[in-house]
Design a binder for this molecule. Structure first.
Ligand SMILES: NC(=O)c1ccc[n+]([C@@H]2O[C@H](COP(=O)([O-])OP(=O)(O)OC[C@H]3O[C@@H](n4cnc5c(N)ncnc54)[C@H](O)[C@@H]3O)[C@@H](O)[C@H]2O)c1
Ligand SMILES: [Zn+2]
Length: 368
């Protein structure tokens, strides 16, 4: 991978920070720490999978640089994204006498990032943290924007807070140990950025997908950087999701519903979003917002990434009802994000009747 360092600013007045992207960055975390903290006591939160590969690298350099680092290793997986896990982190912070200035480092995927950010948001009413994302989802999406939180038995991401990191430090080389299925899932979010905001980027992805899938260093660097730029821009325009930030939800209205209907077991998030990208484009076409060529291009790219475009539920009523449970539903209406063309979307409510009529057509092929 090219050794050059790329920077993407996230502009949020006093809470502004930089995303730094650099192959090999994992080796200079300790060197970067003084740029975000004057404290010597840091907590490194990670999960068991990630710790196996990278925790020793980070701990060793912190010690050499004179930091007192406490590792906190969590059990991996979405099922552990709970208040109980946050409680375990808070126990360690309190026992180890972490102070207002102490820093947490989230070294892991979106699960570790969301949990650590939330623990940092509430311990002593907020301590600083940095994100060192290790999955594609985390590098292009969850580490940027300041949404932190955990799941509740009755809903995903139901408990949380906005808490911006002091920095996001991305080493794309860490993706080499990531299971292929997780990498492919992250591509759904990458494709989403092209559709909602950048036609040229979408066209680049059409060409570069094989290189990306083989983890070609240049392609990975380019894609992580452009994705971060788009997310940073949208978040900078609308930090707390009043309107503009909603466009990031494209593919997620149906995606979340399919994910929930599968009990968060059969499909991982990005896989559900991949299906959502195609189906929501098709529903947009049905409503007259875009043409079928746009839907075809989206479907082809989703398939080229190794994602699926197939409906996993045969019941339109169930999908509709699961769509109602999404916390982005306001006043009973399902508000969706619809492509008008590649690179441009609009936000409109969708009626149950229109949804049901469309669903009957697409589920024809599924077989009852
Ligand atoms: N805060 C946000 O804005 C935001 C945005 C998108 C998603 N999310 C959240 O992110 C979570 C999903 O994140 P994810 O997809 O990164 O999943 P994850 O954190 O569960 O990571 C996926 C798996 O990969 C392993 N892993 C991580 N990095 C690795 C590496 N480099 N090498 C080997 N194994 C590695 C993990 O241990 C885990 O088993 C969800 O909870 C979702 O709600 C949050
Ligand atoms: Zn997503």
């Amino acid at each position: 991978m090219g050794r050059e360092e790329q920077r993407v600013p996230v502009s949020l007045q006093a809470r502004s920070y930089n995303i730094v992207i650099k192959p090999g960055l994992i080796a200079d975390i300790a060197k970067r720490l003084p740029s975000v903290t004057s404290a010597k006591h840091i907590g490194i939160v990670t999960d068991r999978h990630v710790s196996k590969h990278y925790l020793h690298v980070v701990l060793a350099q912190c010690e050499r640089a004179g930091f007192y680092a406490t590792p906190i290793v969590l059990p991996p997986g979405e099922k552990n994204k709970t208040l109980a896990t946050v409680g375990r982190i808070l126990d360690v912070l309190a026992k180890e006498r972490f102070e207002r200035k102490s820093l947490l480092v989230a070294l892991g995927g979106g699960v570790v990032g969301d949990i650590t950010g939330f623990a940092a948001a509430i311990y002593q009413r907020g301590i600083p943290f940095v994100q060192v994302p290790t999955t594609l989802v985390a590098q292009v999406d969850s580490s940027v924007g300041g949404k932190t939180g955990v799941d509740h038995r009755l809903g995903k991401n139901l408990i949380g807070a906005f808490h911006q990191p002091k920095a996001v430090w991305i080493d794309p080389m860490l993706l080499r140990t990531l299971p292929k299925r997780e990498f492919v899932a992250g591509l759904a979010e990458v494709i989403k950025y092209g559709i909602i905001a950048d036609r040229k980027f979408f066209t680049y992805l059409e060409r570069a997908m094989p290189a990306l899938l083989s983890l070609d260093p240049r392609a990975v660097m380019q894609v992580v950087k452009r994705s971060c730029e788009i997310k940073a821009q949208v978040v900078g325009e609308d930090e707390q999701e009043s309107d503009r930030r909603r466009i990031l939800n494209y593919g997620h209205t149906i995606g979340h519903a399919l994910e929930a209907l599968g009990g968060y077991r059969s499909l991982i998030h990005g896989e559900a979003v991949g299906i959502g990208l195609v189906l929501e484009a098709d529903l947009a076409r049905q409503q007259g917002y875009c043409d079928s060529k746009t839907v075809d291009r989206i479907r082809s790219l989703v398939l080229a990434a190794g994602l699926s475009d197939c409906l996993t539920s045969r019941s339109g009523a169930k999908v509709w009802s699961a769509m109602q449970h999404d916390k982005k539903v306001s006043q009973g209406k399902v508000v969706g994000v619809w492509p008008e063309a590649i690179g441009r979307v609009r936000i409109e409510p969708v009626e149950e009747k229109a949804f049901a009529a469309w669903f009957r057509k697409v589920s024809d092929g599924v077989g009852a």
